[in-house]
Design a binder for this molecule. Structure first.
Ligand code: GLV
Length: 334
């Protein structure tokens, strides 16, 4: 029997490509070309599966043009690159890569918070630019992190990991806001208290955004929300670009309406709003919150496990729309 044909849309760990090649007829992308939508469709011609990394848009147009496609396996926990409704309507399975990145990403949220609040990037840039002549009492004096109030918007697994770090590691008072409230036992374990979003923005010394991007979270934090924050506050976004209105944030940072920000995600990545690039009180990183070697390997292996589990047993590990699995033998065309 011939092997299912899959496309790996970006360069990934070579040994994981080899692992996939033991199960599938694989077209890989070792030179890491960034394909346009049209090129992606052309490469997907006759393929039953695709390994995506979070940047490849899977929408109705692509699905209509690729009738053989049965599964899109994202090497990311976020899946706003998938039009899941269109995939479900066409019987195409989507999978993501949750859990394996939770603690690593929560670590990074804290790293950005520390860097922004304690002005680490700003101080380093000053030093490297040869501007350090003498010590002074208020040089790069920032905001306290330990013992302060942390507000988390988006209390999924990663948000909970950040809450635990704040409450139990840094003695912080932790407030959170989420679409739905956690069970009391989970709140106690995280050391976090549920509040409405405006109260969180008014009370927090540091606001951490871990929300996914959806139509409901588009510009969740814009000028009006930033105006509620303390002028000494920091804002960290490790959720998704578009959750923050980056132009409004740049204006608030420039005018000192909030003190600092740490951003790993941006509207229109990999472009970054030029007003943000011009500011010293924002720490900017290129969407790397889950980027440790071990975690990126775990994410890639989970995406591979999803492809293998789906094609060999009709049992992907982390399906997003499991309803498409109900038919005998799986999804569309079967
Ligand atoms: C990274 O942003 C992810 O969604 O895994």
């Amino acid at each position: 029997m011939s092997k299912p044909r899959i496309l790996i849309a970006r360069a990934i760990f070579p040994d994981i490509v080899e692992r996939l090649a033991r199960h599938f007829d694989v077209e890989a992308n070792p030179l890491d070309a960034i394909w346009t939508g049209t090129e992606l469709i052309a490469r997907l011609h006759g393929k039953q599966g695709v390994f995506t990394t979070g940047g490849e848009r899977i929408d109705e147009g692509l699905l209509a043009a690729c009738p053989d496609l049965r599964i899109c396996a994202n090497m990311a926990v976020g899946y706003n690159n998938f039009d899941l409704a269109a995939m479900t309507a066409r019987g195409v399975l989507g999978t993501n890569a949750p859990d394996v990145l939770t603690e690593t990403t929560a670590d990074f949220g804290f790293a950005l918070l520390m860097a922004a609040a304690r002005r680490i990037s700003e101080g380093e840039r000053f030093l490297r630019e040869g501007l350090w002549r003498r010590w002074s009492y208020d040089m790069f004096a920032g905001a306290e992190v330990h013992g302060s109030t942390l507000g988390i918007i988006g209390m999924g697994r990663i948000g909970q990991g950040i809450a635990r770090r704040g409450a139990h590691g840094f003695g912080m008072r932790v407030l959170y806001h989420n679409r739905s409230r956690l069970a009391p036992a989970r709140e106690a374990e995280c050391g976090a208290r549920y509040v409405d979003q405006n109260e969180l923005l008014r009370s927090a010394d540091h606001v951490m955004l871990v929300a996914p991007y959806t139509p409901a979270t588009h510009h969740l934090i814009g000028a009006a929300e930033l105006a509620l924050m303390k002028p000494t506050a920091t804002l960290v976004n490790i959720g998704r670009g578009g959750v923050v209105d980056d132009a409004a944030l740049a204006a608030a940072l420039r005018e000192g309406r909030i003190a600092a920000a740490g951003l790993d995600v941006f509207e229109g990545e990999p472009r970054v709003h030029p007003d943000l690039l011009a500011l010293r009180n924002v720490v900017l990183t290129p969407h790397i919150a889950s980027a440790t070697v071990a975690t990126r390997r775990a994410m890639a292996n989970l995406a591979a496990d999803n492809l293998i589990g789906f094609f060999e047993r009709n049992e992907p590990l982390t399906p997003l729309n499991p309803e498409v699995l109900t038919g005998p033998g799986g999804t569309r065309n079967s």
